[in-house]
Ligand binder design. Structure first.
Ligand SMILES: [Zn+2]
Length: 114
């Protein structure tokens, strides 16, 4: 179980709540809603709402186990203990949020536009 950054929307996600990011078990799902997302590591909200056999998944919407927070897309990596780390500065996601509130607002705004 670890945290990662969704490669599509940039939010912080937990592997346990998103079918491991949908990458390993990609074959199981119906990607016709967004074929470009297949093979990417994505969050539960960006994930497929249907399996290949037509049955509904619990995904395609945010799980609400914790609140969805958007970070600058593509800037975070999973560290050796499974936490999210800002690649350029080495800051944890929590530290980044405190030090760069303007960048958090920017990342959230980008989501509203898309
Ligand atoms: Zn996402």
């Amino acid at each position: 179980m670890s945290l990662f950054q969704c490669e599509n929307c940039g939010c912080l996600e937990n592997t346990a709540l998103s079918a491991q990011g949908f990458k390993v078990m990609a074959r199981m799902f119906d990607w016709s809603y967004a074929p470009n997302l297949k093979g990417m590591r994505i969050c539960s909200a960006c994930g497929p709402s249907q399996y290949n056999d037509g049955k509904s998944t619990e995904f395609g919407k945010w799980h609400n186990v914790f609140s969805r927070e958007f970070y600058p897309l593509g800037e975070f990596v999973t560290d050796e203990v499974g936490n999210l780390k800002h690649a350029a500065t080495g800051l944890s996601s929590g530290q980044f949020k405190k030090q760069f509130p303007d960048r958090m607002i920017e990342a959230a705004k980008r989501q509203e536009v898309e």
